[in-house]
Ligand binder design. Sequence first.
Ligand code: SF4
Length: 398
Amino acid sequence: MSTTPLPDKTPEVLKIVQRCEALFEDLHFNAVREWKAAAPGRKAIGYMPVYVPREIIHAAGMLPVGILGGGDQIEVIQGDAYYQSYICRIPRSTLELGLTGRLDCLDGMLFPSICDVIRNLSGVWQILFPEKYTRYVDVPQNYQDDVGGLFYAQEMQHLRDDLGRLRGTPITDAELNASIAVYNANAAALRDLYAYRAAKPWQAPTSEVYLLQRAGMVLPVEEHTRLVREYLAAAEAFQRPRRDNARVVLTGSFCEQPPLGLIKSIEMAGCYVVDDDFVLVGRWLQDDVPSDGDPLVELSKAFLHRSASTAAKYDDKREEKGMFLLKQVQKRGAEGVVFAAASFCDPALLERPMLQDVLAKHGVPYTAFKFAENTGQMAPIREQAGTFADSIKLWSAA
Ligand code: SF4
């Protein structure tokens, strides 16, 4: 992977961002290929949004690799043949990645339960790549430990057994608990990153925070945790101008991701994004998972009782709908919400009116638009976000 060398005097934070951007742009996943080549027998397992228990992959000694579509750098040709035009783009660009050999470095692929599109993609994947391990990872829709919790622990046990077979020896509880501790450290670093950005959004632009998280899709988790910590130190050491921007929470982008240019456009339009639901996998579990108990039971409890809430997760209590978003707004001191969902994303777009109702009841202003991962026209979105930011500033000044 080659990057243009930066001058020696370039601030450390920008060097870190450049490295992350190179990883983000590399749709041949050379970082994964290099990791595998470094020791014989290494395996990598891909996974799609929103969340899979990566601890199980890590405990098997394998590299979890986040596949978040092809973004705006890939022309979808073959992938379009498998899907109608009136669905989101991520399944088509992911197929394109697979059919063009870019995902050959993966030994398996996990499709978490999000929506019909991803579920159907898992079937298409099994047919197209029969030599690879493929699994649809189901999640509970009941939040009692002895019902949904038991079901989810059994789902994870299937995955654990499969990956144990793939490597040739079963995955032990000790290995799982060690991996839980490693992912706890990563999640803690990400929590610190999000808290830092909310406190000083001018020091940690969202485009950088986003790239940093995307790096975590291909790097070993231990290396990614170090990188996040290094970024935090380097960001604090490099002073940047503070602007009178509107503080917003961006929501609806939990699966297909907007192009990087769109994130930059929203920031350039005068918004400080102080919370979001990009790349949720590392922030799905909201606090530490105990690493000294029954690992699958603890992972299950964390999912049931202490995980993020998005449209991709079943809400069993109607009155809870919108509360997670409202708490994000309150906790981060946001002045408004930007709904940014992928075109044809049924989960996000069906939930949106319910969330907007809750915000309206609490006097939180919002604006909404749709995107595709290859959206090229940024001007209308920049104008809309700019108008929204201006209106917030006018209202708050009133
Ligand atoms: S973007 Fe939305 S509709 Fe498309 S696969 Fe993801 S969750 Fe499903």
